[in-house]
Design a protein around this ligand. Structure first.
Ligand SMILES: C[S@@+](CC[C@H](N)C(=O)[O-])C[C@H]1O[C@@H](n2cnc3c(N)ncnc32)[C@H](O)[C@@H]1O
Length: 276
């Protein structure tokens, strides 16, 4: 349950607001640019289904810590961008482990007239239910935005891979990987096991931190690819105010056109090389 403090506060309507770093608008711009760029493709599926899926949706409104500026959270930003594009989403499927945050996001989307469907979290139990109820002939888009790697469990990709046409932007936390690699690799922790099951047998831990991080991410990427979700070569690096590496936004898509669109909207032209 959300609590007022460093991470959250209540707005004048009694809805929760998440406090975020000044890099949050960059993340949302990439997601909404992709939603805009994919609207012509989405328009072809309006007769079947073109759903938005956000199982770490947060409250739908954020406050930038450094400036106090209020911005839309991912589900609201995604809905508004699609609504103003060639094709809206036909359904907004949201979920969050925190029922207070989910309820705030649901209320904000409902007030905007969005076709919102809220499923209680956590993500691992919500996503299979959401996927099961989607039209399998549709074209769907998922944004996976957890704070850490442990909650980005591999079963989420197994669920999404069941959909015939799915584009995914996923937040892979580098700061979590950097800060916690030592702790997570100890046998007592299963964070990496959830993110990349089987890594311990395939990779081992007898290497330096940088190599271990790269090996775990490559192992994860290979396994996601084996599900039929190819990763775009270019991944977008989100950095902090001191230029510290915070997280990757990684694009996964089954179709070539989706990868072409990602190349156009990401900074792939400037930095085509990708190095975990
Ligand atoms: C980075 S925030 C989401 C921000 C939101 N996507 C945005 O851009 O406005 C991550 C969210 O994941 C939620 N969360 C944490 N663990 C979770 C889990 N296992 N399943 C679903 N949600 C979870 C948190 O409550 C939090 O709201």
């Amino acid at each position: 349950m959300a609590q007022q403090g460093d991470h959250y506060s209540l707005d004048e309507q009694g809805l929760w607001v998440e406090h975020v770093g000044p890099w949050a608008p960059t993340k949302l711009k990439i997601v909404t640019d992709y939603i805009q760029a994919s609207s012509a493709a989405r328009r072809r599926y309006l007769g079947s289904e073109a759903a938005y899926i956000d199982v770490f949706c947060g409250p739908g409104r954020s406050k930038i810590r450094t400036t106090g500026k209020l911005i839309d959270g991912s589900p609201v930003a995604a809905f508004s961008k699609a609504k103003g594009s060639l094709a809206p989403f036909t359904a907004m499927h949201i979920s969050d482990a925190d029922p207070d945050l989910l309820s705030s996001a649901e209320k904000r989307l409902t007030a905007l007239g969005a076709p919102v469907h809220a499923t209680p979290g956590p993500a691992s139990s919500a996503l299979p239910k959401i996927v099961q109820n989607l039209n399998s002939s549709g074209l769907h888009f998922a944004f996976l935005d957890p704070h850490n790697l442990g909650t980005l469990s591999f079963d989420l990709f197994q669920s999404l891979a069941k959909l015939k046409r799915i584009d995914i932007i996923v937040h892979v936390s580098l700061s979590d990987l950097q800060r916690n690699a030592d702790r997570y690799t100890s046998a007592a922790h299963n964070e990496f096991d959830r993110f990349a099951p089987g890594w311990r047998d395939r990779i081992g831990t007898e290497m330096n931190q940088g190599s271990l991080r790269a090996a775990i991410l490559q192992y994860w990427s290979d396994n996601v690819m084996a599900l039929g979700l190819p990763r775009a070569e270019h991944c977008e690096l989100i950095t902090g105010t001191n230029n510290q590496r915070l997280y990757w936004l990684i694009f996964l898509g089954k179709h070539e056109l989706a990868h072409d669109l990602w190349t156009k909207i990401s900074s792939a032209a400037k930095a085509p090389q990708f190095d975990f």
